[in-house]
Every structure is written in structure tokens, then in C-alpha cells.
Design a protein around this ligand. Structure first.
Ligand code: NAD
Length: 267
């Protein structure tokens, strides 16, 4: 089966975020890069935070060239000593997006890799939001958008650290929602199925190995088995939803897990 890309771009920004300061983690690539572009298109000033300094600078420069405002910030979010306040203390919107994958059975899963994934995908979001909340509470407005996954709601074999981190992020998001809802701060997660990004491309070989199938069959036989809509999600579809979650129309959405999964979790 061929899976043609869905290239139709959004025609209008999903919100007016003029003057808002947005931090997008993992903004050098994939969903994060799409978020950085879409938030800038909505008028926000975006900081593209990423381990990949050159990639973050490229995304920020491309946004600057198209009329939005963006800067790059090089940071290793898996380092427990990273300066969360420097990145987030004045943020109006935090998009917790940076993430990695590791595919291996539990009994072979490297312990240090498990710790790294939890540090990057659960502890870093906690630390960034913790640093941002005093400013958000003081102004009575803030938005936390957590890029979770269908794996925040469902498990798949061979992804223990990723599934654990995303389930943890779901819990963290709900607690922030309860604490912040009465003070103008909402927190929600977006739960996509497989998105057409480098993270997915990188795991095709691993998935072929652990499932014992040829690489060309991984998309159809593994990634598209569960969604009723048989295609990958495009990064801009996730980014558009992230911006929409910061619009006035979505101000009552709080503690939600919004699935973009082609029907995966409908069963
Ligand atoms: N691609 C998918 O199918 C899919 C599906 C559901 C959810 N997600 C989630 O979306 C998010 C983005 O994924 P993507 O597919 O765009 O991945 P990607 O690999 O394209 O981008 C991830 C970015 O995170 C950055 N990063 C990695 N480690 C970092 C660190 N220690 N410090 C700072 N930055 C770091 C990378 O440099 C990269 O720019 C992840 O949280 C992922 O779990 C992805």
C-alpha cells in the first residue's frame, strides 16, 4: 500500500497569539518545527529549544524570514541540571514536545536509556512548567500543551520507556490542569498516532528487527494496523491543534487528552 503525504497546508492561523511568548522544546525537527512555524504564524514570539543547535537555528531563521519572530536556544533537556528558569520563567505558552524513542524488549532495555527517556520526556516538562507557572499565575493566563501520543493512552510492546513516559506526561498534565484551571492556566495533551517525522523514520529498522518483518512492511503492518484512517499524520496537523488549544475558543479545554489517531483508541 502506498501512503501519500497529506500536503494540504492550513490556510489560516488557528488563533491570534500576537505578543505571546512561546517555548517549543524539540523545535528543530518534525512536530516541534511545525509547532514553531504555526505559533509564529499566529503572531507569537517563539523560542526553538533543542539539543540540535544548528537545526534549531535553521528553523528559527526560516521563521524570521517569513515574517514571524523566533530565536534558537541550545539545551540538553535530558540533563537534570539544565536551566529551566532561563528557558521558561517568562513563557506564556510551553509546548512540551522533545522526545526520543527506543525499541527493545523489557529484559534487554538498557537501564540508562530508560532513565534518559524519563528525564527528557517527563522530568523536563515538569521542570519547565514549574519554572513558568509563577509568571503565568501572576498574569492570569498561561497554556501548557503537552505533545503526548496514542502511547500515552495505549501500550505497544517493546516501548517500555516511551509508553511509561507518555503515560506519566498524561498524569502530569492533568495535575497542572487542576492546579492551574482556576488561575487562568490550562494544560492539555495531544495524542497523535504515527506522524511523518524523522523519529518514525528512525524506528523503522528497529521495528523490522523486533517484529521479524522486512523494513518496507513496517509502515503498513505495524504503524497503520490500529488507525482506521490508513495514513500517517502530518506534523502540521498536530501543530495546528496545538495553536488551536491556545485560542479563546478552547479556553474551557483543560486536563484533556485530545486524540489525533485515526480511530486507534475508538476500539
Ligand atoms: N512521530 C510520531 O509518530 C509521534 C507520534 C506521537 C507522538 N510523538 C511525539 O512528538 C514529539 C516530537 O516527535 P517528532 O516525531 O517530531 O521527533 P523528531 O525526532 O523529528 O524531533 C524530536 C526533536 O527533539 C530533539 N531532542 C531530542 N533529545 C533532546 C534533548 N535531550 N534535549 C533537547 N532536545 C532534544 C531532537 O533534536 C529533535 O529536534 C515527541 O515527544 C514524540 O514522542 C511523535
Amino acid at each position: 500500500m502506498t501512503v501519500p503525504p497529506t500536503t494540504l497546508p492550513p490556510t489560516t492561523a488557528a488563533a491570534d497569539l500576537t505578543g505571546r511568548k512561546v517555548r517549543v522544546t524539540g523545535g528543530a525537527s518534525g512536530i516541534g518545527a511545525a509547532c514553531a512555524r504555526q505559533f509564529a504564524a499566529a503572531g507569537a514570539t517563539v523560542v526553538v529549544a533543542d539539543l540540535d543547535e544548528a537545526g534549531a537555528s535553521r528553523v528559527a531563521a526560516a521563521i524570521g524570514g517569513s515574517g514571524g519572530a523566533a530565536a534558537a536556544s541550545a539545551v540538553d533537556l535530558a540533563d537534570p541540571g539544565f536551566d529551566a528558569a532561563a528557558l521558561a520563567a517568562d513563557a506564556d505558552v510551553i509546548v512540551n514536545n522533545a522526545g526520543i524513542q527506543h525499541v527493545a524488549p523489557v529484559e534487554e532495555f538498557p537501564e540508562e536509556r530508560f532513565r534518559l527517556i524519563l528525564a527528557l520526556m517527563l522530568e523536563a516538562p515538569f521542570r519547565l512548567v514549574r519554572a513558568a507557572l509563577p509568571h503565568m499565575y501572576a498574569q492570569g493566563w498561561g497554556r501548557v500543551v503537552n505533545i503526548s501520543s496514542v502511547h500515552g493512552l495505549r501500550a505497544s510492546a517493546y516501548k517500555s520507556a516511551y509508553v511509561a513516559a507518555k503515560h506519566g506526561l498524561e498524569g502530569l498534565s492533568k495535575v497542572i490542569a487542576l492546579e492551574g484551571g482556576g488561575r487562568g492556566v490550562t494544560s492539555n495533551t495531544i495524542c497523535p498516532a504515527y506522524v511523518r517525522t524523522p523519529l518514525v523514520e528512525k524506528q523503522i529498522a528497529d521495528q523490522a528487527r523486533v517484529h521479524g518483518i522486512p523494513e518496507p512492511e513496517v509502515i503498513e503492518k505495524i504503524m497503520l494496523t490500529e488507525p482506521a484512517v490508513k495514513r500517517l499524520v502530518e506534523p502540521w496537523e498536530v501543530a495546528d491543534l496545538a495553536v488551536h488549544l491556545c485560542s479563546p475558543q478552547m479556553s474551557f479545554a483543560n486536563g484533556s487528552s485530545i486524540v489525533l489517531d485515526g480511530g486507534w483508541t475508538a476500539r
